[in-house]
Design a protein around this ligand. Sequence first.
Ligand SMILES: [Zn+2]
Length: 503
Amino acid sequence: MRGIAAAGAYVPRFRLPAEELASAWGTSHASGIRRKAVPAVDEDALTMAVEAAERALSSDAVDRDELTLTAVATTTPPAEEGELLPRLVRALALPKSVETATVGGHTAAGAEALSRALDAEGPALVVVADCPEGDPAEGDHPLGAGAAAFVVDDDPSAPVTGTAWHTEETPGVRFRERGGEEVDSLGVTTYQRNAVREAVTDAVSSLPVDPADVDAAAVHQPDGRFPYRATADLPVSNEAVSAGTVVDRIGDAGAATVPLGLLAALDDADAALDGDAESDANAESDTDAESDADDAGDVENEPNGAGPSIAAFFGGGTAVAVAVEGGLAVEGIADLDGGATIDYVSYLRERGYVVDGEVAGGGAHVSLPNWRRSLDQRYRLVAGVCPECGSVSFPPEGACQSCRSRVEFTEFEAPRTGTVRALTVIGQGGAPPEFAELQQRDGAYAVAIVELDADAGRVRLPAQITDADPGDVAVGDEVRATVRRIYEQEGVPRYGVKFEPTA
Ligand SMILES: [Zn+2]
């Protein structure tokens, strides 16, 4: 049987509290959402996908060289037409022979990607990443961001025991006009709720599990109340719905919300530490007592208990229900409850709703062929050992930086962790033109010389520091690499490694 062998979650660091929205607009159109995740100015669906996938691939259960399929789902690709998957494959150093699939256009896209992986042979990677946008006055209020990654394989720790589909035209429930960036709906909420409820009820009822036994249900969650209403005709308990609901903490992350809810439900990192969890899990009637005891004072999501978990996707008129047994440790799932609070004005800047003035062109120009040649360095920190003197050069090209010999370097991937050795803050007006937009949206930023934790020799490189106030970073701080959007030139977004503090 196939199912989920490894998984990773990623949620951007910034959080906008509901009170900030309410005080800015007088009311919040984000029912049941306490705070929502806000992607930083240098984040998009691709960078979030890379982070979530790296976390899933860090599992011992996976060898990325053996992946046969990579499927990505998002409703907000960085470009309407462009290279989403090649960038992901390159940034993750996956085999170039990997079969690829891109799914988009509706919030159930993750279910289609998952289905492809379940039908495939061999280990398959599914990444769902999304950061939808809407009209800041209303439609945007509930919209958040996040990414979930699954490695699907045979004999997994979380087998998928069934999937069920229900397709019915439901015009106007959620849509985006051609060329439009903003998610919209006709706002006929009773009609919406009924349409989704009927589709979800039918799909879930077709699963080979009794809904009354379900421990956790990640149900289509455009807001915090919707999943309870969508399951009103099913014998799924409120506790189960709560265990699969994450929208209250990260906002409506489009196609990624239900996958993240499913991962929250499946995460058994706590249970794995508790030697009794497995025996408890066999005593079906014990579910409530067990979760209460295990989880006192913790967040809503209960560790996986006795019954199956289900996910109920809805999007574009299609409901897809998926039943999963068991559980697994989900790298990064703690992001759901982490984050740093920002105020509404900072939020508008990060989202690009407010950018003061136009950016003049010019500045340092790196041609696309040159950029492409350096991708192994920009994504994977590939350095080289000199065969003559044994010292390390980064980048591994030209003459050896130590003995000056023209050599063929022996390449290796440097570790993605390191230490800040030198630091400078680029203040307002000091940024080169290609970084001016980043600065206008994100303020001053730090550039560091980072020394990687490489055993082979010293690898130092200049890089931007992200996800930290420049004033909070100091020489000696430990940092880790994260793939981010560097800047856009000639209309092409360019990605590469930045570093974020680990403390
Ligand atoms: Zn040398």
